[in-house]
Design a protein around this ligand. Structure first.
Ligand code: MN
Length: 264
Protein backbone atom coordinates (compact mmCIF):
# COMPACT_ATOMS: atom_id res chain seq x y z
CA UNK A 1 0.00 0.00 0.00
CA UNK A 2 1.25 3.46 -0.89
CA UNK A 3 0.11 6.58 0.96
CA UNK A 4 0.68 10.19 -0.02
CA UNK A 5 0.73 12.63 2.89
CA UNK A 6 0.33 16.37 2.45
CA UNK A 7 -1.04 19.30 4.44
CA UNK A 8 -1.52 23.06 4.45
CA UNK A 9 0.49 23.77 7.62
CA UNK A 10 3.75 23.16 5.80
CA UNK A 11 6.26 20.34 5.59
CA UNK A 12 7.68 21.07 9.05
CA UNK A 13 4.35 20.80 10.86
CA UNK A 14 4.38 18.22 13.69
CA UNK A 15 0.84 17.11 12.75
CA UNK A 16 2.07 15.88 9.38
CA UNK A 17 4.89 13.92 10.95
CA UNK A 18 2.59 12.37 13.53
CA UNK A 19 0.53 11.04 10.59
CA UNK A 20 3.64 9.71 8.84
CA UNK A 21 4.85 8.02 12.01
CA UNK A 22 1.52 6.20 12.50
CA UNK A 23 1.27 5.05 8.88
CA UNK A 24 4.79 4.09 7.92
CA UNK A 25 4.79 0.56 9.29
CA UNK A 26 1.62 -0.41 7.43
CA UNK A 27 2.42 1.31 4.13
CA UNK A 28 5.00 3.02 1.98
CA UNK A 29 4.58 6.72 2.81
CA UNK A 30 5.67 9.64 0.65
CA UNK A 31 5.37 13.26 1.78
CA UNK A 32 4.75 16.06 -0.70
CA UNK A 33 3.85 19.22 1.18
CA UNK A 34 4.11 23.00 0.88
CA UNK A 35 7.42 24.49 2.04
CA UNK A 36 5.52 26.93 4.29
CA UNK A 37 2.18 27.33 6.02
CA UNK A 38 -0.68 28.03 3.61
CA UNK A 39 -3.80 27.55 5.71
CA UNK A 40 -6.90 29.04 4.10
CA UNK A 41 -5.81 28.83 0.48
CA UNK A 42 -8.55 26.32 -0.27
CA UNK A 43 -8.16 24.43 -3.51
CA UNK A 44 -6.19 27.13 -5.30
CA UNK A 45 -3.76 25.96 -7.94
CA UNK A 46 -0.67 27.80 -9.21
CA UNK A 47 -1.21 28.54 -12.90
CA UNK A 48 0.79 31.72 -13.49
CA UNK A 49 4.27 30.69 -12.45
CA UNK A 50 6.34 27.50 -12.38
CA UNK A 51 6.09 25.25 -9.33
CA UNK A 52 9.33 23.96 -7.85
CA UNK A 53 9.62 20.84 -5.75
CA UNK A 54 12.74 20.04 -3.76
CA UNK A 55 13.47 16.63 -2.33
CA UNK A 56 14.35 17.26 1.28
CA UNK A 57 17.76 15.73 1.92
CA UNK A 58 17.41 15.02 5.60
CA UNK A 59 14.04 13.29 5.27
CA UNK A 60 12.74 12.32 8.67
CA UNK A 61 12.96 8.57 9.40
CA UNK A 62 13.90 7.92 5.77
CA UNK A 63 10.52 8.95 4.38
CA UNK A 64 10.86 10.35 0.86
CA UNK A 65 9.85 14.00 1.27
CA UNK A 66 9.34 16.83 -1.15
CA UNK A 67 8.94 20.48 -0.14
CA UNK A 68 6.94 22.31 -2.78
CA UNK A 69 6.89 26.04 -3.50
CA UNK A 70 3.18 25.82 -4.13
CA UNK A 71 -0.25 25.28 -2.67
CA UNK A 72 -1.55 22.11 -1.01
CA UNK A 73 -3.54 21.33 -4.18
CA UNK A 74 -0.37 21.86 -6.26
CA UNK A 75 1.38 19.30 -4.06
CA UNK A 76 -1.19 16.60 -4.78
CA UNK A 77 -1.29 17.34 -8.50
CA UNK A 78 2.52 17.24 -8.76
CA UNK A 79 2.74 14.13 -6.61
CA UNK A 80 0.11 12.14 -8.47
CA UNK A 81 1.13 13.20 -11.97
CA UNK A 82 4.93 13.43 -11.69
CA UNK A 83 6.76 12.86 -8.40
CA UNK A 84 5.03 9.82 -6.94
CA UNK A 85 2.45 8.42 -9.34
CA UNK A 86 -0.38 6.15 -8.30
CA UNK A 87 -1.18 5.93 -4.59
CA UNK A 88 -3.81 3.98 -2.67
CA UNK A 89 -4.67 6.70 -0.15
CA UNK A 90 -4.21 10.44 0.21
CA UNK A 91 -3.95 11.95 3.67
CA UNK A 92 -4.10 15.71 4.21
CA UNK A 93 -3.15 16.80 7.73
CA UNK A 94 -3.08 16.37 10.59
CA UNK A 95 -4.17 20.00 10.58
CA UNK A 96 -3.91 22.40 13.49
CA UNK A 97 -7.41 23.79 13.84
CA UNK A 98 -10.86 22.44 13.04
CA UNK A 99 -12.18 22.35 9.49
CA UNK A 100 -15.93 22.30 10.05
CA UNK A 101 -18.99 23.73 8.34
CA UNK A 102 -18.18 26.31 5.69
CA UNK A 103 -14.47 26.12 6.64
CA UNK A 104 -14.20 23.36 4.06
CA UNK A 105 -14.63 25.96 1.31
CA UNK A 106 -11.40 27.77 2.18
CA UNK A 107 -9.49 24.99 3.89
CA UNK A 108 -6.19 24.13 2.24
CA UNK A 109 -6.35 20.79 4.03
CA UNK A 110 -9.62 19.95 2.29
CA UNK A 111 -8.45 21.67 -0.93
CA UNK A 112 -5.59 19.18 -1.18
CA UNK A 113 -7.86 16.23 -0.39
CA UNK A 114 -10.25 17.27 -3.17
CA UNK A 115 -7.48 16.71 -5.74
CA UNK A 116 -7.11 13.12 -4.59
CA UNK A 117 -10.87 12.66 -4.61
CA UNK A 118 -11.05 14.07 -8.15
CA UNK A 119 -8.49 11.44 -9.21
CA UNK A 120 -10.50 8.62 -7.68
CA UNK A 121 -8.05 8.07 -4.83
CA UNK A 122 -9.60 7.55 -1.37
CA UNK A 123 -8.82 10.84 0.39
CA UNK A 124 -8.87 11.94 4.00
CA UNK A 125 -8.63 15.44 5.45
CA UNK A 126 -7.95 15.30 9.18
CA UNK A 127 -7.80 18.09 11.76
CA UNK A 128 -7.55 18.62 15.49
CA UNK A 129 -9.92 21.30 16.76
CA UNK A 130 -7.47 23.75 18.27
CA UNK A 131 -5.35 26.30 16.44
CA UNK A 132 -2.54 25.62 18.89
CA UNK A 133 -3.11 21.87 18.88
CA UNK A 134 -0.18 19.84 20.07
CA UNK A 135 -1.99 16.56 20.61
CA UNK A 136 -1.85 14.55 17.39
CA UNK A 137 -1.46 10.98 18.68
CA UNK A 138 -5.15 10.10 18.79
CA UNK A 139 -5.75 11.55 15.33
CA UNK A 140 -2.73 9.62 14.04
CA UNK A 141 -4.01 6.32 15.42
CA UNK A 142 -7.46 6.96 13.98
CA UNK A 143 -5.85 7.67 10.63
CA UNK A 144 -4.06 4.37 10.81
CA UNK A 145 -7.43 2.72 11.38
CA UNK A 146 -8.86 4.44 8.31
CA UNK A 147 -5.84 3.38 6.24
CA UNK A 148 -6.39 -0.22 7.34
CA UNK A 149 -10.04 0.00 6.25
CA UNK A 150 -8.91 1.24 2.84
CA UNK A 151 -6.32 -1.54 2.69
CA UNK A 152 -8.98 -4.16 3.46
CA UNK A 153 -11.23 -2.76 0.76
CA UNK A 154 -14.04 -1.63 3.06
CA UNK A 155 -13.56 2.04 2.15
CA UNK A 156 -13.55 2.54 -1.59
CA UNK A 157 -13.54 5.56 -3.93
CA UNK A 158 -15.21 7.89 -4.57
CA UNK A 159 -14.36 8.76 -0.97
CA UNK A 160 -13.49 12.01 0.73
CA UNK A 161 -13.67 11.97 4.51
CA UNK A 162 -13.33 15.14 6.54
CA UNK A 163 -12.33 14.08 10.04
CA UNK A 164 -12.12 16.40 13.06
CA UNK A 165 -11.08 15.52 16.58
CA UNK A 166 -11.66 17.47 19.77
CA UNK A 167 -8.39 18.65 21.29
CA UNK A 168 -8.68 16.65 24.51
CA UNK A 169 -6.84 13.66 25.94
CA UNK A 170 -7.98 10.36 24.35
CA UNK A 171 -9.83 9.20 27.47
CA UNK A 172 -12.06 12.29 27.29
CA UNK A 173 -13.29 11.55 23.75
CA UNK A 174 -16.80 10.07 23.97
CA UNK A 175 -16.94 8.31 20.63
CA UNK A 176 -17.15 8.74 16.87
CA UNK A 177 -20.05 10.30 14.96
CA UNK A 178 -20.70 10.34 11.21
CA UNK A 179 -21.97 13.86 10.59
CA UNK A 180 -23.00 16.48 8.07
CA UNK A 181 -21.46 19.93 7.70
CA UNK A 182 -22.77 22.57 10.10
CA UNK A 183 -23.71 26.10 9.12
CA UNK A 184 -20.91 28.25 10.41
CA UNK A 185 -19.77 31.66 9.36
CA UNK A 186 -17.37 34.22 10.76
CA UNK A 187 -18.11 37.83 11.57
CA UNK A 188 -15.70 40.65 12.33
CA UNK A 189 -13.04 39.17 10.11
CA UNK A 190 -11.65 42.42 8.71
CA UNK A 191 -9.42 44.69 10.76
CA UNK A 192 -8.13 47.98 9.49
CA UNK A 193 -4.76 49.61 10.00
CA UNK A 194 -2.40 52.18 8.55
CA UNK A 195 1.24 51.59 7.65
CA UNK A 196 2.05 55.30 7.77
CA UNK A 197 1.48 55.79 4.05
CA UNK A 198 -1.93 54.32 3.42
CA UNK A 199 -4.63 52.27 5.05
CA UNK A 200 -4.66 48.50 4.76
CA UNK A 201 -7.09 45.72 5.61
CA UNK A 202 -6.32 42.44 7.22
CA UNK A 203 -8.66 39.49 6.81
CA UNK A 204 -8.29 37.28 9.83
CA UNK A 205 -10.20 34.64 11.69
CA UNK A 206 -13.15 36.44 13.23
CA UNK A 207 -15.71 35.46 15.77
CA UNK A 208 -17.41 32.24 14.75
CA UNK A 209 -21.18 32.31 14.46
CA UNK A 210 -22.97 28.99 14.45
CA UNK A 211 -26.14 27.19 15.23
CA UNK A 212 -25.39 23.83 16.77
CA UNK A 213 -27.73 21.47 14.94
CA UNK A 214 -27.89 17.84 15.94
CA UNK A 215 -25.98 15.57 13.60
CA UNK A 216 -23.52 18.21 12.43
CA UNK A 217 -19.76 18.23 12.75
CA UNK A 218 -19.78 21.10 15.27
CA UNK A 219 -22.41 19.30 17.32
CA UNK A 220 -20.24 16.18 17.44
CA UNK A 221 -17.13 18.10 18.43
CA UNK A 222 -18.56 20.58 20.89
CA UNK A 223 -21.71 19.03 22.32
CA UNK A 224 -20.81 15.38 22.23
CA UNK A 225 -17.04 15.72 22.47
CA UNK A 226 -16.78 13.10 19.77
CA UNK A 227 -14.68 12.58 16.69
CA UNK A 228 -16.60 13.84 13.66
CA UNK A 229 -16.40 12.11 10.29
CA UNK A 230 -18.15 13.91 7.43
CA UNK A 231 -18.23 12.41 3.95
CA UNK A 232 -17.84 15.18 1.36
CA UNK A 233 -18.38 15.33 -2.35
CA UNK A 234 -17.44 17.92 -4.92
CA UNK A 235 -20.91 18.39 -6.41
CA UNK A 236 -21.99 21.80 -5.12
CA UNK A 237 -25.31 21.71 -6.99
CA UNK A 238 -28.03 23.08 -4.71
CA UNK A 239 -30.45 20.25 -5.39
CA UNK A 240 -33.17 21.75 -3.18
CA UNK A 241 -33.10 25.00 -5.17
CA UNK A 242 -33.39 23.37 -8.61
CA UNK A 243 -37.19 23.24 -8.64
CA UNK A 244 -37.60 26.84 -7.45
CA UNK A 245 -35.62 28.01 -10.49
CA UNK A 246 -37.88 26.32 -13.05
CA UNK A 247 -39.34 29.65 -14.19
CA UNK A 248 -36.01 31.46 -14.43
CA UNK A 249 -35.07 30.51 -18.04
CA UNK A 250 -38.37 31.94 -19.33
CA UNK A 251 -37.78 35.15 -17.37
CA UNK A 252 -34.24 35.57 -18.71
CA UNK A 253 -34.85 34.46 -22.27
CA UNK A 254 -36.06 37.88 -23.55
CA UNK A 255 -32.72 39.43 -22.58
CA UNK A 256 -30.84 36.72 -24.47
CA UNK A 257 -33.13 36.99 -27.51
CA UNK A 258 -32.76 40.79 -27.60
CA UNK A 259 -28.97 40.46 -27.59
CA UNK A 260 -29.11 37.83 -30.35
CA UNK A 261 -31.37 40.10 -32.45
CA UNK A 262 -28.77 42.88 -32.48
CA UNK A 263 -26.82 43.42 -35.70
CA UNK A 264 -23.40 41.74 -35.53
MN1 MN B 1 -3.79 24.53 8.38
Amino acid sequence: MKILVTNDDGVYSPGLWAAVEALRDIAEVVVVAPDRELSGVGGSVTLHSPVRAMEVEASKNGTVTYAVEGTPADCVILAMEKLVGKVDLLVSGINKGANVGADVLISGTVGAALQGYARDVPSVAISVAALKATRFDTAAQLLRGVAEQVQQGSLVPPLLLNINLPDVPPEEINGIEVTRLAQRSFIGTVSEGDDGRRPYYWIARGKPKWRVRKGTDIWALRRRRCVSITPLHADMTAVRVLSSLKGLPAQLLPALRAEQAKEP
